[in-house]
Structure formats: C-alpha cells, structure tokens
Design a protein around this ligand. Structure first.
Ligand code: PGA
Length: 225
C-alpha cells in the first residue's frame, strides 16, 4: 500500500469539514491516508481512521512568533506529519532551503514526519536535476531521521499538466540516488490518472491537492492505491 497525502490548502468551512471527516470515517480505516487540513481544523480532524498532517510548521517550539504553529503543540494534539517547503510557501512567503532545513529538524525533534516538497519551475525544467539536487542537499543538511520527499514540479501543480510517466520514474530514481527516503509524486493527480502514476514501480505514494477536496473523490482515488 502506498501513501496518499491530501493537501486541502486554504479551503473549507467548519460545516464542510464536518461532512469531510464523517465521509472519511465511514469509508476509510487506513494509516496510509494522511489528511492535511488548515491549521484551525487540525485538532478536530484527528481520527483513528487516518493520519493527520500540518500544512506547515515553525522552527521553534514556543515563544513570541505570532501566527505560527509549534511542532511540539502539533505533536501534543496527535498530528504525525508535517508538509514543509511547499512551492506555495516558497513563492508567497519567501521560504528558503535553509529555513526549510530548520523546519525539518524541528519536526523530527517532535516526532513529526516531515513531507519535504521539492520541484522545478517551467523555466528550470531543462536543468531539473541540478535544481532538485541543490534543494535536497540544502534542505537535508545534517538530517538523519525518516522523512518523505514529495517531487512536485511547480508547473504541474493545479494545472492539469503532468510529466510523462517515464520522466516521473527517472526523477524518482534520481532523488533516490541522493536520499534513501520514500519519494512520492504531486501535481495534478486525479481519478483518471491515478492508476497510471501509482503503479510506477519506484513511487511510494502521491500528494493530492485539488482532487482531494471532495471526500468521495479522494476515497475513490485512495481505493486505487
Ligand atoms: P494539485 O496540487 O493536486 O491541485 O495539483 C498538488 C499540491 O500542490 O500539492
């Protein structure tokens, strides 16, 4: 069974989350499904039926950091995963590899498994191995614990465009020559393309944005994994 990470991003009201949780709990009982809702719903979403991940976390456990989320506090409510370095955080909040490296360390110290996102932009596509290597080396500096690496080409996120299966397999193999961790793919995964992608032999799972917003759609995707 491969991992399925659902990144709900900044979506859904409390009412919608109540239905989302109920639908999942009626249909799923599996630790390979990881739901990453907005922070305000993390505590509410904790369940025996699936795992819960934060969409981001801070580098310190406490202090005067208005608006941030403490990895220690996340652990205390039962969050077990944390996405770090998503391209939207890199783009809108200027997150650097060095800062992401600190987040990975903070997560691991608090028993949260980091899901590190890396990926190239369209302009960088020809040079992607160089770009990915730099992201990995800088983000994983002095890191020894278990992490998950999500390969997410920026141009494939929310666009309906995917790399070929050959490209995905090659990139995953390349990442695995640099890091011995699990590698998942993210970017425009949906019910139509999931089987082709999830059956690639070296892939350890998928990260799903848009297609995870409808819980029934997510369940249908998950059941093919
Ligand atoms: P998408 O998003 O599935 O909507 O392309 C993926 C992501 O941003 O992680």
């Amino acid at each position: 069974m491969k991992l399925v990470v659902a990144n709900l991003k900044m979506n859904k009201t409390k009412e919608e989350m109540i239905i989302y949780k109920k639908t999942l709990e009626e249909n799923i009982e599996n630790n390979n499904l990881i739901i990453c809702p907005q922070d305000i719903y993390l505590d509410f979403m904790i369940s025996q039926n699936y795992k819960v991940g934060a969409q981001d976390l801070y580098i310190e456990n406490s202090g005067s950091y208005t608006g941030e989320n403490s990895p220690d506090a996340l652990e205390s409510i039962g969050v077990t995963y944390g996405i770090v370095g998503h391209s939207e955080r890199r783009k809108h909040f200027n997150e650097t590899n060095d800062f992401i490296n600190k987040k990975i360390k903070a997560a691991l110290t608090n028993n949260i498994i980091p899901i590190l996102c890396i990926g190239e932009s369209l302009e960088e596509r020809e040079l992607k191995e160089e770009i990915l290597k730099k992201q990995l080396e800088e983000c994983l500096k002095e890191i020894t614990g278990e992490i998950i690496i999500a390969y997410e080409p920026i141009w494939a996120i929310g666009t309906g465009k995917l790399p070929t299966t050959k490209e995905i397999t090659e990139v995953i193999s390349f990442i695995k020559t640099i890091s011995k961790n699990k590698v998942i793919y993210g970017g425009s995964i949906n019910l139509e393309n999931i089987e082709e992608i999830i059956n690639l032999e070296n892939i350890d799972g998928v990260l799903i944005g848009g297609a995870s917003l409808n819980p029934n759609n997510l369940i249908n995707i998950f059941n093919k994994c």
